[in-house]
Design a protein around this ligand. Structure first.
Ligand code: GDP
Length: 268
């Protein structure tokens, strides 16, 4: 199924002067560059790339209809415009993640975050290298969600930050080893539960005083206060709407124009 919240957001934002932007994050190898490349190829001229993070100004072909326009009359002038938005790719490597976090803290008309994972890779533990892709994805996602939670809990004004949609995009579902999206969801939720408890334990083991770190205080604990399992729905309370969708940027039939359609319709 296709993530629907993004449709509405893109449509509503076209009249504003600042382009709506989406942040594309996730572990390396997930398919982020591939998705951006498809966007770039699918547009006419105005590709603008900056240093890091990579920002691409995307203008969707008129023929690509956002689902939000499905109910519009064919004569509605808003159907005639290219829908433009910025998609920012951020390096998936741990040391470079502050780029992604910077963008979260200082949103420039940020409309949503796409967290992309390789659904085939996270089902594998690489015993030769000790590399655990599920754990890595869960750590990245945990840290990002905690940051978004803090954005809410540390808000000084009486007005809470407005709802931010986070789409977990389970990519590469064309591979038969890939976990289906509902399993990607539960795998990430339970691994985030593990990350959460080992983070707390790690801080305690390091001998740093409780007071210095506010351990156990709500603000450093992702999700609700309980010791139970972490669930994405717990983020609703801090105005972060997490949804999970599966898809593939590249088609199973080899490279052809169909890929582009898949890539576009997925994010739209
Ligand atoms: P990034 O590190 O997140 O930017 O990942 P890349 O875009 O570089 O993709 C990593 C690899 O996965 C590349 O070899 C892509 O061709 C491949 N890839 C990306 N999307 C898909 C997909 O939907 N299906 C399959 N089978 N491979 C994909």
């Amino acid at each position: 199924s296709i993530p629907l919240f993004l449709h509405l957001v893109i449509y509503r934002s076209t009249s504003s002067t600042t382009l709506p932007s989406f942040l594309l994050v996730g572990p390396s190898g997930a398919g982020k560059t591939t998705l951006l490349t498809l966007f770039e190829r699918g547009q006419h001229a105005e590709t603008r790339t900056s240093q890091a993070p990579l920002v691409v100004e995307v203008s969707l072909p008129v023929s690509t209809k956002a689902a939000s326009s499905r109910y519009r009359s064919v004569n509605d002038p808003s159907n005639q415009f290219h829908k433009k938005f910025l998609l920012a790719d951020t390096p998936g490597h741990g040391k470079l993640r502050h780029h992604a976090f910077d963008s979260v803290i200082k949103p420039q008309n940020l409309k949503g975050i796409i967290f992309m994972v390789d659904a085939a890779d996270i089902s594998v533990w690489h015993s030769d290298t000790g590399n655990d892709p599920l754990r890595q994805a869960a750590e990245y996602l945990h840290d990002m969600l905690l940051l978004l939670q803090k954005r809410f809990t540390s808000s000084k004004t009486s007005k809470a930050p407005k709802e931010l949609p986070v789409l977990i995009a389970a990519n590469k579902l064309d591979l038969f080893t890939a976990l289906p999206a509902p399993l990607v969801k539960t795998a990430l939720e339970s691994e985030i539960s593990n990350v959460r408890s080992s983070r707390t334990k790690g801080l305690l083991d390091s001998g740093i005083g409780m007071n210095e770190l506010d351990i156990g205080e709500e603000k450093d604990w992702l999700g609700d206060g309980g010791d139970g399992k972490f669930e994405f729905s717990q983020m609703d309370e801090v105005n972060v709407a997490v949804s999970v969708a599966g898809g593939n940027v590249l088609g199973a039939d080899g490279p052809d124009s169909k890929e582009l359609g898949l890539g576009l319709s997925w994010v739209l």
